[in-house]
Ligand binder design. Structure first.
Ligand SMILES: [Zn+2]
Length: 209
């Protein structure tokens, strides 16, 4: 069966965008020029109290043998629901930071880089802006999925962020198992190795089966 493209758009570098995906539709988060990390948040579009939970997705996939901290097949919502929100169908660069849930924020740029408050765009602010029209606030963003983020986890519990090696043709394809409200931020980080010191756009494609 050939999938029909129903919507396609580009999220500009350093910005975010929210979009809805209906149950049964699939969507791609894809590169435009390569080398770009995204921070993504997912809600049940019919009940925003149900949302993606990073720790539980990592744990259940590892326990069930369906994934690791870097890639997993099922995106679960937070306890107490723990429903499969999305299933990964294709992942051409299975190297994400799938067990973290954090993101860059104005506060992080302040702490890490001594930047003045509000002087650098951040994934937290991008996601907050994108979700505002849906009546959600920054406080509603609990966990994000750090798509395409290349991080070495060390046995002593520390980590090293490396430039992502995702190429311009890479993408992750997911099927919505419920109506989903998603928001994706093209991470504005240019003061850390995350995006190789620059910021690029990300693309979204939504398909009907
Ligand atoms: Zn970011």
């Amino acid at each position: 069966m050939t999938a029909r493209l129903v919507e396609e758009f580009v999220i500009p570098a350093r910005h975010g965008r929210a979009f809805e995906v209906k149950k049964g539709q699939t969507f791609h988060i894809h590169q435009i020029v390569g080398g770009q990390v995204g921070d993504c948040v997912f809600f049940n579009a019919d009940d925003y109290k149900e949302m993606f939970h990073c720790g539980q997705s990592w744990a259940i996939n590892v326990i069930a043998g369906t994934g690791t901290s870097k890639s997993f097949r099922y995106f679960y919502s937070k306890p107490p629901r723990e429903n499969v929100m999305m299933t990964v169908l294709q992942d051409t660069y299975p190297n994400h930071w799938g067990n973290m849930g954090g993101r860059c924020s104005q506060r992080l740029y302040e702490i890490r880089d001594s930047l003045a408050a509000g002087s650098h765009r951040s994934c937290q602010e991008n996601l907050r802006e994108a979700l505002e029209p849906f009546g959600l606030t920054g406080d509603d963003i609990i966990d994000v999925f750090n798509v395409f983020m290349n991080v070495d986890l060390h046995t002593d519990g520390t980590f090293t962020i490396r430039p992502t090696e995702v190429g311009e043709d890479d993408f992750i394809e997911m099927r919505a198992e419920m109506n989903i409200l998603a928001a994706v931020s093209a991470c504005p980080a240019d003061t850390s190795p995350t995006n190789g010191g620059k910021s690029a756009p990300l693309g979204i494609r939504i398909y009907e089966a």
